[in-house]
Design a protein around this ligand. Structure first.
Ligand SMILES: Cc1cc2nc3c(=O)[nH]c(=O)nc-3n(C[C@H](O)[C@H](O)[C@H](O)COP(=O)(O)OP(=O)(O)OC[C@H]3O[C@@H](n4cnc5c(N)ncnc54)[C@H](O)[C@@H]3O)c2cc1C
Length: 376
C-alpha cells in the first residue's frame, strides 16, 4: 500500500530534517488523493467520508504530516463543494482534484484562534472585488500551496461579529505575503506559516457562495469535516504507537522474561488497544453520519476529543514501554510523542470540543430530547 511502500522509507529522515516531501505530494497527485472526496463529475475520486477517514488513518499511522498536507487541502475543497456557487465548483474543484491547485485554510490570526469571531482581517469592497488586509497565523500548506479559503470581515461593524464575516477563495498573488515558516516541536516536513494580506485584490467572484455574511456558518461546517479528519489522524498515530509498543514489549527482556509478561505492561497494552478501538468506532460513526449528509457536530467533536487524547496517551505509554530507548531518535516513538499534541490543539482545541459537546447535550435536554441520543 502507498503508505507502507512510499511514505515509510522517507518518513523518519525527512521528519528529522524537516524536509518537505515533494515526491510524495507528486505521487498523491497521480493517485488522485487531492480529489479524494470531490465528486467524479468535478474530476475527483468521489470517495465517501468513511473510506477517506480510513485512508487518512493509514497515512497518519506512517507519517502524520503527510495526512495533514492532504487534510487542509480537502477541507478547502469540501467548503467550495458545499457552499460555493456552481461557477466556483466548476472552476476550482477539477483543479483541486488533480492537485494543480493546492492549499488550505486561513482562519487563525495572531490574536484570534479559538475565538474565531475575534478575527481582524478585513475584506473591503473595491470596484469589482475586495481588498484584503490582515494577518493569519499557523497556516498549513502556506508556502507550497497556492490557493486558500480565507475568513475575513466584510462588515467590521456587524454585531455579533459573525454576521459580518465572509469566506473567500484566494489565489496567491500580489499582496499575499508569506512572512515565515514557524519552527515546531513536531508535525515537521509540512510547513506552518505566518501570512499577511497587504491590500490584496480578490475578485468578487471568489466570495464563497456569492453572498456576504455567510463565512462563520460555512467555517463551522468545514471544521466538522476537519475534526473527523483529525480524529482519523489520531487513530492512525495511536495505532503506530501501540504497534511499536507491543512489538517492543514482546522482544525486550528484563528479569529473565519479555517485559510483555509483566502484568503492569499488559495493562498498558490492553488499555491502549481498547481506547484505540473505541476512538476508531467514534471516528467511523461520525464519518458515516457525514457521508449520509447529516450534521455531525456532536459526533465529530466526540471523535476528535477522544481520538486525539488517546493518541497523546498512547504516544506517552509507548515511550514508557520503550524505557530509555523511547527517548532516543533510534526509535520512532519519540516522533509520535512530538506529533500527538498538535492533534489536541488543531482544528479547535480539545477544551473547545468539550464546550461544543456539552452545549449540544444541554440543547437537546432543554428541547425535551434524550441528551445522549441513546434512548430505547
Ligand atoms: C501546527 C499547526 C497547524 C495549524 N494549521 C492551521 C491552519 O492551517 N489554518 C488555521 O486557520 N489555523 C491553523 N492552526 C491554528 C489552530 O487551529 C489554533 O492554534 C487553535 O485553534 C487554537 O488557537 P490559539 O492557538 O490561538 O489558542 P487560544 O485560542 O489562544 O487558546 C489558548 C488556550 O485557551 C483555551 N481556551 C480558549 N478559549 C477557551 C474557552 N472558551 N474555554 C476554555 N478554554 C479556552 C484553549 O483551549 C487553549 O488551551 C494550526 C496550529 C498549529 C499549531
Amino acid at each position: 500500500m502507498f503508505a507502507e511502500r512510499e511514505i515509510r522509507p522517507l518518513a523518519a529522515a525527512y521528519e528529522r530534517e524537516d524536509r518537505y516531501p515533494f515526491e510524495l505530494v507528486e505521487k498523491m497527485k497521480e493517485m488522485g488523493l487531492f480529489g479524494a472526496i470531490i465528486p467524479q463529475e468535478y474530476g475527483g475520486l468521489g470517495l465517501d467520508y468513511v473510506t477517506y477517514a480510513r485512508i487518512i488513518e493509514e497515512i497518519a499511522r506512517v507519517w502524520m504530516s503527510v495526512a495533514g498536507i492532504l487534510n487542509s487541502h480537502l477541507i478547502m475543497a469540501w467548503a467550495v463543494l458545499t457552499y460555493g456557487t456552481e461557477a466556483q465548483r466548476r472552476h476550482y474543484l477539477p483543479r483541486f482534484a488533480t492537485g494543480e491547485r493546492r492549499g488550505g485554510l486561513c482562519l487563525t490570526e495572531p490574536d484570534a484562534g479559538s475565538d474565531v469571531q475575534g478575527i481582524r482581517t478585513t475584506a473591503r469592497r473595491d470596484g469589482d472585488g475586495y481588498r484584503l488586509n490582515g494577518a493569519k497565523m499557523f497556516i498549513t500548506n502556506g508556502r507550497y500551496g497556492d490557493t486558500y479559503l480565507v475568513l475575513a470581515r466584510t462588515d467590521p461593524a456587524a454585531t455579533p461579529p459573525r454576521r459580518g464575516m465572509s469566506l473567500f477563495v484566494v489565489e496567491k498573488g500580489p499582496g499575499f505575503v508569506v512572512l515565515r515558516d514557524i519552527p515546531k516541536l513536531g508535525y515537521r516536513g509540512v510547513e506552518t506559516c505566518e501570512i499577511r494580506f497587504e491590500d490584496m485584490y480578490v475578485p468578487a467572484d471568489n466570495l464563497v457562495g456569492g453572498e456576504e455574511g455567510q463565512g462563520f456558518r460555512q467555517v463551522l461546517g468545514a471544521l466538522e469535516v476537519g475534526r473527523i479528519n483529525v480524529a482519523a489522524r489520531g487513530v492512525g498515530l495511536a495505532r503506530a504507537a501501540f504497534e511499536a509498543a507491543i512489538r517492543y514489549a514482546d522482544q525486550r527482556r528484563a528479569f529473565g522474561q519479555p517485559i510483555a509478561e509483566f502484568e503492569l505492561i499488559q495493562k498498558k497494552l490492553a488499555w491502549m488497544a481498547t481506547k484505540i478501538e473505541a476512538a476508531r468506532l467514534l471516528t467511523l460513526r461520525a464519518a458515516e453520519r457525514k457521508a449520509r449528509g447529516e450534521r455531525a457536530d456532536l459526533e465529530a467533536g466526540m471523535a476528535k476529543l477522544f481520538a486525539t487524547e488517546t493518541a497523546q496517551e498512547a504516544a506517552l505509554e509507548a515511550m514508557r514501554i520503550h524505557g530509555g530507548y523511547g527517548y532516543t531518535e533510534d526509535f520512532p516513538v519519540e516522533r509520535y510523542y512530538r506529533d500527538a499534541p498538535l492533534l489536541v490543539i488543531g482544528e479547535g482545541t480539545n477544551e473547545i470540543q468539550e464546550t461544543v459537546i456539552a452545549r449540544q447535550l444541554l440543547r437537546r435536554l432543554r428541547a425535551g430530547e434524550d441528551p445522549g441520543g441513546w434512548g430505547p
